[in-house]
Design a protein around this ligand. Structure first.
Ligand code: 5GP
Length: 203
């Protein structure tokens, strides 16, 4: 018998840099798979279908929701985003770790349904830095930046629902910490039931 993969949920306010940390983790870990979400948001310049997202119309998204295709979904800044359930399930069963890079509402929905997940809250080092990151992204208007900043500030309150906190002041260090978290999670007694010859009859 082999250990099932871990479901890693990386979330935190927008501007925390979770996307960058996620890319770093993926480049280091061939066993880690990124779940590609479905969204009703229009593609940004350079975004291609099935790259950052599966782009769908609102009707198509609602149809998928009706058919129970999402592990979770949420409305974020006026657009819908959802995590396809089947991909996550298949990958975990085949022993791959799966990372979800999703917003806080979605992460908390997954937490209610999937206790075994590893929930990591990523925050920027300071509020000033958060504002700077939201601005320099350059893809949003001034009003959108302000909206995201206010939402991000409110969202910091949800940190208590998570298992781990990672301050993202250095991407490589943040990724090191998450790798250490995953390593520790794999060693938890509860995740090792029935896996080891030497503990037959005990675990
Ligand atoms: P963006 O439009 O900037 O790519 O993403 C906006 C927000 O939606 C980010 O916080 C991102 O993490 C979140 N997001 C992306 N995919 C999903 C998803 O499948 N479910 C949820 N709940 N949030 C998502």
């Amino acid at each position: 018998m082999k250990q099932e993969g871990l479901l890693l949920v990386l979330s935190g306010p927008s501007g925390a840099g979770k996307g960058t940390v996620c890319k770093e983790l993926l480049s280091r870990n061939p066993n880690l798979r990124l779940s590609t979400s479905v969204t009703t948001r229009a593609p940004r310049p350079g975004e291609v279908e099935a790259g950052s997202y599966f782009f769908r119309t609102r009707d198509e998204f609602m149809q998928m929701r009706e058919e129970g295709e999402f592990l979770e979904y949420a409305e974020v800044y006026g657009n819908f985003y959802g995590t396809p359930r089947s991909f996550v399930r298949e990958q975990l069963l085949s022993g791959h770790d799966v990372v979800l890079e999703i917003d806080i509402q979605g992460a908390l929905k997954v937490k209610d349904r999937f206790e075994d997940g590893v929930f990591v809250f990523i925050v920027p080092p300071t509020l000033e830095e958060l504002k700077r990151r939201l601005k320099t992204r350059g893809t949003e208007t001034e009003e959108q930046v302000l909206r995201r900043f206010n939402a991000a500030y409110e969202e910091l309150n949800f940190v208590l629902r998570y298992n781990y906190l990672v301050i993202n002041d250095d991407v490589s260090l943040a990724a090191d910490k998450i790798e250490a978290i995953l390593m520790a999670e794999r060693c938890r007694v509860i995740r090792n039931r029935g896996l080891h010859e030497c503990l037959k009859g005990v675990l």
